[in-house]
Design a protein around this ligand. Structure first.
Ligand SMILES: Cc1cc2nc3c(=O)[nH]c(=O)nc-3n(C[C@H](O)[C@H](O)[C@H](O)COP(=O)(O)OP(=O)(O)OC[C@H]3O[C@@H](n4cnc5c(N)ncnc54)[C@H](O)[C@@H]3O)c2cc1C
Length: 401
């Protein structure tokens, strides 16, 4: 008999895990701060491009509701631009398309599916003391929300050095009225010294009323020309600033696509920064009870590598397999280390390495990015590495000798 499991946080990791466990016949309590209506009434939380292996996992878990309706992102159109002039440009195709669906849409739908499948949902924002007390009632507690207090129960992983501060300041806009890329590619525009502008088609809207949009992410190097967005700015101000940056920095043919851009809804913007973290996967509550961490709690990365949501879903699937294959329900500290190891080694650590490399490419990588202009195999290999960061070595190997 699989034990009673409590999952804290209903995002990419928590919802996927809770759903798989309920489907596997386990008794699950999911604790999160917002119900579906509150999520839909809120602001966007990510740009969440997911690569085919992640989409396959979701489909296999019965969660791939948008596979045929979400626009395909067939690859990456890379441009390095200086003073609105493209100094390097190439297009790399993904082996299979990626997709992006607004997390508000996804989490709201997945929450209702979880309830329909008989899951127990508690809407609450428990303190660490509350979590500790409740953990005694469960065989296993999995933490997938990284509030500062709870995250502090997980030690930093001493094997990793992560930057002390966010490497980019972020602004996200979900837009209507953007002309689609003619080849269904996502665009990745690097502006040396300033950061990147990343944009691709996605789906947004209430479940059942989804519609296509463009999802645009500004990755501003602190102090650079893209670093203009104010945490307290209004959505209208952010749209104005975004359009101005696009006009001032992107090559004209790219900027032209945004001429008619409007926000999709009142919650269509997000401004902030992600401080990277790499923690040990097993935390300790004040009482001494161990808890298993998943997703961003353990491995949090800047969005520039497009890895966090993918990583969180892979984590959930591996944890669900481990839990459902442990019939005696004994989830002690050693078991938790065992359950986390495959995900960390195969997915999280390569994703973190790739993200660090892409945000601050070493000279050899910069040369590869330029060489890709004249070598479509290299361009495709670069695109494929986003989808499978553990293949980074193959990317380097694809370089011309
Ligand atoms: C701007 C931006 C763009 C991104 N783009 C990409 C991308 O293109 N591709 C990609 O793979 N990743 C991307 N990411 C990263 C990705 O969104 C995260 O890594 C992923 O959502 C992490 O999943 P998670 O389950 O760990 O946490 P989350 O998905 O954040 O879920 C945590 C959940 O916990 C709940 N919660 C939070 N606080 C509390 C509380 N106090 N009490 C109870 N519940 C609480 C929240 O409601 C939330 O649902 C991006 C992130 C950002 C910020």
């Amino acid at each position: 008999m699989v034990g009673q499991v409590q999952v804290l946080g209903a995002g990419e990791c928590g919802l996927t895990l809770a759903h798989c466990l309920v489907r596997g016949g386990s008794s699950v309590t999911l604790v999160t701060d917002r119900d579906a209506e509150a999520i839909l009434a809120g602001t966007v939380t990510s740009t969440q491009v997911k690569f085919p292996r992640t989409l396959d996992l979701e489909s296999d878990a019965g969660l791939g509701f948008w596979r045929t309706s979400a626009p395909n992102i067939e690859g990456i159109r890379f441009t390095m631009a200086v003073d609105r002039t493209a100094v390097a440009t190439w297009a790399g195709r993904l082996p299979r398309p990626a997709q992006s669906v607004d997390q508000r849409t996804v989490f709201a739908r997945w929450l209702s599916e979880f309830l329909a499948a008989g899951g127990d949902l508690r809407v609450a924002d428990p303190s660490v003391t509350d979590v500790d007390r409740a953990a005694a009632d469960y065989d296993l507690t999995v933490v997938t929300r990284a509030s500062r207090e709870l995250a502090a129960c997980f030690e930093d992983d001493p094997a990793w050095t992560v930057p002390a501060a966010p490497q980019r300041r972020l602004a996200v806009l979900y837009l209507d009225g953007v002309q689609p890329d003619p080849h269904h590619l996502g665009t990745y525009t690097a502006l040396p010294e300033h950061g990147e502008v990343i944009s691709y088609p996605g789906l947004t809207g209430r479940p059942g009323q989804e519609r296509r949009c463009e999802i645009t992410l500004f990755e501003a190097r602190p102090g650079g020309a893209l670093d203009v967005f104010d945490q307290h700015g209004t959505p209208a101000q952010r749209l104005r600033q975004a359009k101005q940056l696009i006009d001032e920095h992107l090559p004209a043919e790219l900027a032209e696509r945004y001429r008619g851009a409007e926000l999709t809804d009142a919650g269509a913007t997000l401004v902030g920064a992600v401080a990277p973290a790499m923690r040990r996967p097993v935390g300790t509550l004040p009482s001494g009870s161990p808890v298993l961490g998943g997703g961003d709690v353990v491995c949090r990365m800047d969005p520039g590598g497009a890895q966090g949501a993918n990583n969180a879903v892979h984590c959930a699937i591996r944890y669900a397999e481990a839990i459902l294959h442990t019939p005696d329900g004994r989830y002690d500290r050693d078991w938790m280390e065992w359950a986390a190891a495959p995900w960390l080694t195969a997915v999280a650590h390569p994703a973190a390495r790739w993200t660090a490399t892409v945000l601050d490419p070493p000279p050899a990588m910069q040369e590869l990015m330029l060489a890709a202009q004249h070598d479509s195999t290299l361009a495709d290999a670069f695109a494929a590495t986003f989808a499978r960061p553990s293949s980074m070595a193959q990317f380097a190997a694809a370089a011309p000798s």
